[in-house]
Write a protein that binds this ligand. Structure first.
Ligand SMILES: NC(=O)c1ccc[n+]([C@@H]2O[C@H](COP(=O)([O-])OP(=O)(O)OC[C@H]3O[C@@H](n4cnc5c(N)ncnc54)[C@H](OP(=O)(O)O)[C@@H]3O)[C@@H](O)[C@H]2O)c1
Length: 298
């Protein structure tokens, strides 16, 4: 691995899936030791390499299970950030990745999951002790992935951490285009609380999960659940854009995408009885949006 000069070579970290969250995590983790990013497309690989992040392109959905990954000897940590494929109730992409790790024995594996595994609680709170009750296949794939991570790691005595993550926002991940186009949002009376985390708080949680002797499941949230309408209106105010028009559920079913409607149909209040151990003090939406706009020069 290339990036280790002056760093602790024993802290090498493989980021499987290195997109929006992964790149920001890679930049921070490089301060500690070598990082290798695994991505699907050659173009992503080149973009990472051009900013000094060692990368390799491999589509985990293709090739045979026997295609071993060229992981550095003595690999210390793995963070798995690739989403599952779009169909089915299992995460076969992750299954192939674990298979391709071959005999690698990292000290820790961190898996980024979603709070969708809790399904719909009609706005009631969920914490790490709440049962998983996925309603949609995309969440069933996450439950399957979490189970695979735990089983694979426990069979090899590898420490594992699952971070259950709600909606991620941050620089270049704000609904600015939708606001500029005057797109509507579902009125708060018709939607439940939405849960979010600012990307840099998520990165801080990943780093803590790598470094602290913790294991098991952790919910992440900024602790300020608010509806999509409230959050989008807040972004509009802070960005100096007009507030979005609000529509009722009947109209939303006509004009919003099926994917967005799927998210809006589920409602829960994400809490955590464990995340203090990660040492986070997450930004509230006001601070998180301001920091994001500032980084974008807005
Ligand atoms: N967006 C949210 O609000 C949200 C909420 C909760 C959890 N999450 C989850 O958090 C994780 C990180 O999110 P993100 O926003 O950083 O995702 P992202 O920007 O879409 O990045 C995903 C990465 O995975 C790689 N990848 C995808 N399919 C692959 C395959 N078949 N083989 C190898 N690599 C593959 C992509 O490679 P290429 O760049 O080459 O395509 C990319 O580097 C994802 O699992 C996401 O689903 C997201």
């Amino acid at each position: 691995m290339e990036n280790g000069g002056g760093k602790d070579a024993n802290q090498s970290c493989l980021l499987a899936g290195c997109g929006y969250v992964g790149v920001r995590l890679a930049r921070r983790r490089l301060e500690r030791g070598p990082v290798l990013a695994l991505v699907r497309r050659q173009a992503s690989c080149e973009a990472l390499t051009s900013e000094g992040i060692a990368a390799l392109a491999m589509d985990l959905d293709e090739g045979s299970q026997q295609d071993a990954l060229d992981v550095p000897p003595g690999l210390h940590a793995v963070v798995y950030l690739a989403p599952p494929a779009a169909r089915g109730t299992e995460d076969l992409r992750l299954a192939r990745f674990l298979e391709r790790l071959g005999g690698a024995r990292p000290a820790v594996l961190v898996y980024l999951s979603t709070t969708g595994v809790y399904g719909d609680t009609d706005g009631a709170p969920v914490d790490e002790q709440s049962p998983v009750a996925p309603r949609e296949d995309r969440s069933r794939r996450r439950v399957d992935a979490e189970r695979r991570v735990a089983q694979w790691c426990e069979a090899r005595r590898i420490r594992w951490v699952v971070l259950r993550v709600p909606a991620i926002y941050g620089p270049h991940r704000l609904p600015l285009d939708r606001l500029r186009l005057g797109e509507p949002v579902l009125r708060p009376e018709d939607s439940g609380p939405g849960n979010r985390i600012q990307v840099d708080d998520l990165v801080a949680a990943c780093l803590a999960a790598l470094d602290r002797p913790l294991s098991g499941v952790f919910n992440l949230t900024d602790g300020h659940p608010e509806s999509m309408a409230a959050f989008t209106t807040r972004v509009a105010r802070l960005a100096g854009l007009p507030a979005p028009p609000q529509i009722d559920w009947a109209e939303a079913q006509r004009v919003l995408s099926p994917g967005l409607l799927g998210f809006l149909r589920e409602s829960r209040r994400v809490t955590s009885c464990r995340s203090q151990a990660l040492g986070l003090s997450p930004m509230d939406p006001e601070a998180g949006i301001r920091a994001s706009l500032r980084e974008m020069g807005l």
